[in-house]
Design a protein around this ligand. Structure first.
Ligand code: FDA
Length: 398
């Protein structure tokens, strides 16, 4: 049988994810009595599955410019006070081996479970208690603090930390709990929407994409407005995915167009013209396959209705192919939604929060951290860094 819950603690953290555990560690180190609860039966489930099981736990280049928020300046303080280098030092102290994969992204050599074990160990050392398979059944607030009715008993606390994450991947226990509590206390919530998520397309476009499923263009550029990401694009049975597409999904809005370059840095028109001058009898797709995966080259040429050899193609036709390769305009009709989204865009409005401490300005003792807050990182370890930084900041104050 699980040990009885304490009746009173200084700090009650709801959510034993990345942010909640980090907050509990820092609050515990300050001598606060801390209880962390989670309705899941294991802590850090998203850490466990992250980075393909190796957890991309931070990014060497993490800075406020890698985050989206209605107030882009909000994250500056926490990110500066607890940096990627602070987290790397913690990982090193626990002798967890890591490597940089690409673009400053740091992964465990072994397993994401090492990061969870590290956090659980740090919580134990700091004297923070963890209660799993525990849900919140009621919550009241008075002069003396908060009274929280949990499935295992009622707990009073002076500080209550909302660390229950966002809505992505409901199958893993994600809920809108933090938003509901925030709204109850009169805080604004920036409408949550799935982010870092594959994009989907209307049937006519999808019919052209699905035969290409499985093809990866390793060095593509995908843009929306002035934002560009140079990473891989993956064709799937449901549409487009891959890092560049996931990144741009955080910026894309319904009705907007995205633009893809499948051979960035290559002047496709010049390449085709040079080939026409040298070997006019070659098929266009053969030459295009020198710079693109063969099946993709073939599909582009077919979609443009080009059947002739290079010699019989006018400059205008070659320019059209160039356009299809490097200025490919697409209008997604949606995203794959919460089921596959890596994060939630939006959340508790930062104007309600103190940027140094993550405290809710209008409700003494209430804090919000991690993905529950309207701060969303790019793909590449930035979201965990926000969880560590905001959790640390709240842990120093709660
Ligand atoms: P998180 O979601 O981690 O934790 C919230 C906790 O609250 C959960 O344990 C949940 O069970 C609990 N909870 C929710 N509602 C509750 C309720 N009502 N009562 C009690 N408990 C409740 N980021 C990154 O930087 N690098 C990466 O490699 C990846 N990889 C990745 C892969 C996949 C598949 C996903 C879905 C996401 C990622 N991410 C990522 C994003 C990253 O996982 C995410 O941003 C952080 O986990 C957010 O940390 P939080 O602690 O805020 O929420």
């Amino acid at each position: 049988m699980a040990p009885a819950l304490p009746r009173q603690v200084d700090v009650l953290v709801i959510g034993a994810g990345a942010a909640g555990m980090m907050c509990a560690i820092e609050a515990g180190k300050r001598g606060r009595s801390v209880l962390v609860i989670d309705h899941a039966d294991a802590p850090g489930e998203k850490i466990r599955i992250s980075g393909g099981g190796r957890c991309n736990f931070t990014n060497l280049g993490a800075s406020p410019k890698n985050y989206l928020s209605e107030n882009p300046r909000f994250a500056i303080s926490a990110l500066a006070r607890y940096t990627q280098h602070d987290f790397i030092a913690l990982v090193d102290r626990h002798r967890i081996a890591w490597h940089e994969k690409t673009l400053g992204q740091l992964f465990c050599d072994g397993s994401a479970k090492q990061i969870i074990a590290m956090l659980v160990d740090e919580m134990e050392q700091a004297g923070a208690r963890l209660a799993l398979s525990t849900s919140v059944e009621g919550l009241t607030h008075g002069e003396a603090g908060f009274t929280v009715r949990l499935s295992g008993g009622t707990v009073r606390c002076a500080s209550l930390v909302l660390a229950s994450g966002g809505k992505s991947i409901p199958k893993m226990g994600a809920t809108g709990f933090a938003y509901e509590v925030a709204e109850r206390f009169g805080l604004k919530v920036v409408p949550p929407r799935p982010a870092l998520v594959p994009l989907t397309f209307a049937p006519d476009v999808l019919a052209r994409l699905t035969p290409l499923a499985g093809i990866a263009v390793e060095e593509a550029v995908v843009g929306h407005g002035k934002t560009r990401f140079a990473e891989a694009v993956l064709f799937t049975h449901r549409g487009l995915s891959g890092p560049a597409v996931l990144q741009i999904s955080s910026y894309w809005r319904e009705g907007d167009e995205i633009i893809a370059s499948l051979a960035p840095g290559i002047d496709v028109l010049a390449h085709l013209k040079a080939a026409r001058a040298r070997h006019g009898r070659q098929a266009v797709q053969t030459v295009l396959a020198e710079i693109l995966p063969k099946r993709l080259a073939q599909a582009i040429v077919e979609a443009e209705g080009v059947k002739a050899n290079l010699a019989d193609c006018s400059d205008k036709v070659l320019a059209r192919i160039d356009e299809a390769v490097n200025r490919w305009r697409l209008k997604p009709n949606g995203t794959e939604g919460w089921r596959t989204a890596e994060v939630t865009l939006g959340g508790i409005d930062t104007s309600s929060l103190d940027q140094q401490t993550m405290a809710v300005k209008s409700v003494p003792g209430l804090y919000a951290i991690g993905e529950a807050v309207d701060v969303t990182g790019w793909l590449g370890g930035y979201n965990f860094q926000w969880a560590w930084s905001s959790g640390w900041a709240a842990g120093k104050a709660a």
